[in-house]
Ligand binder design. Structure first.
Ligand SMILES: CC(C)(COP(=O)(O)OP(=O)(O)OC[C@H]1O[C@@H](n2cnc3c(N)ncnc32)[C@H](O)[C@@H]1OP(=O)(O)O)[C@@H](O)C(=O)NCCC(=O)NCCS
Length: 339
């Protein structure tokens, strides 16, 4: 650790206002430098995100790095469960003015014992800008880029919405819901969700969940508890309750003008009919009607899936930047940090 910096656990839900203002300054100044094309979060959005973390990623531990009286760095380490209980997911941000002083490395030293004690054999950092500071830091500290994704953004006010006016092809119907899948579609929907595992995810150690009806209901309850508006458009075979594909989108309570387009999948035997485009277009029409305050939609897609990247372009998204997933085995990291 640098002689002046201390890495300390932090709980944003129980932190004083001055600490949170410092934390916000780390997040906002880094965002302006590292992601200049993205809107900078407001204080409430950024702190709301820390207090209400993304669902499905398990328990999270957070640390603040203090230098003198100020917070100059923030780290969050997620411990996903079930098929991902071998994995730790790290988010790490150092204030631009405090970089290259060993703070990022000090955080790696702090998290390594936490990874070990929880049996997390691999640590990954997601959404790292290709060619940016995070990628250089990762390379210097033994991480490898294992997958590349494309971040795409859609601006509701400027997009040509006429391209969203498409009907499902003959033989299919669309069924939409907020928060709770209809009972009669539940089992089939869980099965369709498993088709996302066909999406190429490079050499990341992340494993897609083996969705079951029970796990769908658990995840729905978790989102309700976090007050997330989770919307699904399912593609259903006409005259049946067979879900053959779906797309999902969510809006968080702390960021009401922003939507995250999540997973989209179509079962292999139903591909080639533009069903993914049709479901995503229906989702955007629905969003525009029911959540007119949403100004931007964001999505990230693996670069090895140019088909879905192009579907998004056709819907009016623009590609903002390429990002990588960095991965390192915990034992390798521990060894390199000792050296
Ligand atoms: C990545 C980040 C956390 C690094 O924090 P940091 O405190 O500057 O990291 P360190 O000082 O411990 O850097 C350790 C080594 O990584 C390498 N490194 C770090 N940043 C670098 C950069 N911008 N360019 C080239 N090498 C870099 C260097 O080898 C450095 O050692 P050196 O300064 O002695 O040459 C910081 O740049 C940041 O917040 N970036 C934006 C968020 C992000 O991408 N996070 C992902 C983390 S995996």
């Amino acid at each position: 650790m640098t002689s002046h910096a201390m890495v300390e656990p932090i709980d944003p839900a129980n932190s004083d206002r001055l600490t949170l203002e410092d934390v916000y300054e780390v997040i906002a100044s880094s965002s302006r430098l590292d992601n200049p094309e993205a809107p900078v979060l407001t204080f409430d959005e950024a702190i709301g995100r820390l207090k209400n973390p993304q669902p499905g990623l398990g328990q999270v531990l957070r640390w603040a790095v203090r230098r003198g009286n100020h917070v100059v760095g923030l780290a969050s380490l997620y411990f996903p469960e079930a098929e991902n209980s071998h994995l730790g997911l790290l988010e790490l941000t150092v204030h631009p003015r405090a970089r290259r002083g060993g703070i990022g490395t000090a955080v790696l030293r702090t998290i390594t014992p936490e990874l070990r004690v929880r049996g997390r054999t691999v640590v990954e950092c997601w959404n790292i800008t290709e060619g940016g500071a995070g990628a250089s830091f990762g390379t210097a500290r033994g991480f490898e880029a294992v997958s590349t994704t494309v971040l795409q953004m859609l601006s509701i006010s400027t997009v040509d919405r006429s391209v969203w006016e498409v009907e499902p092809p003959i033989g299919y119907r669309l069924v939409s819901w907020c928060g709770l899948a209809p009972d009669e579609l539940l089992a089939s929907y869980a099965e369709a969700r498993r088709a996302i595992a066909d999406s190429p995810f490079g050499r990341s150690a992340f494993r897609f969940p083996a969705w079951t009806a029970e796990r769908v209901r658990e995840s729905e309850a978790d989102r309700r508890h976090r007050e997330i508006d989770h919307r699904v458009v399912a593609i259903v075979r006409q005259d049946s309750d067979e879900v053959v594909g779906f797309t999902e989108l969510q809006v968080y309570p702390h960021r009401k003008n922003f939507a995250y387009q999540g997973d989209t999948a179509v079962l292999a035997q139903h591909r080639g009919h533009s069903l993914g485009f049709c479901a995503k277009a229906a989702m955007l029409r629905w969003l525009q009607t029911e959540r007119p305050e949403v100004e931007q939609v964001m999505t990230s897609t693996t670069a090895a899936n140019p088909y879905m990247v192009n579907v998004n372009l056709a819907l009016g998204y623009r590609s903002a930047r390429r990002m990588v997933i960095l991965a390192c085995e915990t034992e390798k990291l521990a060894q390199l940090l000792r050296a």
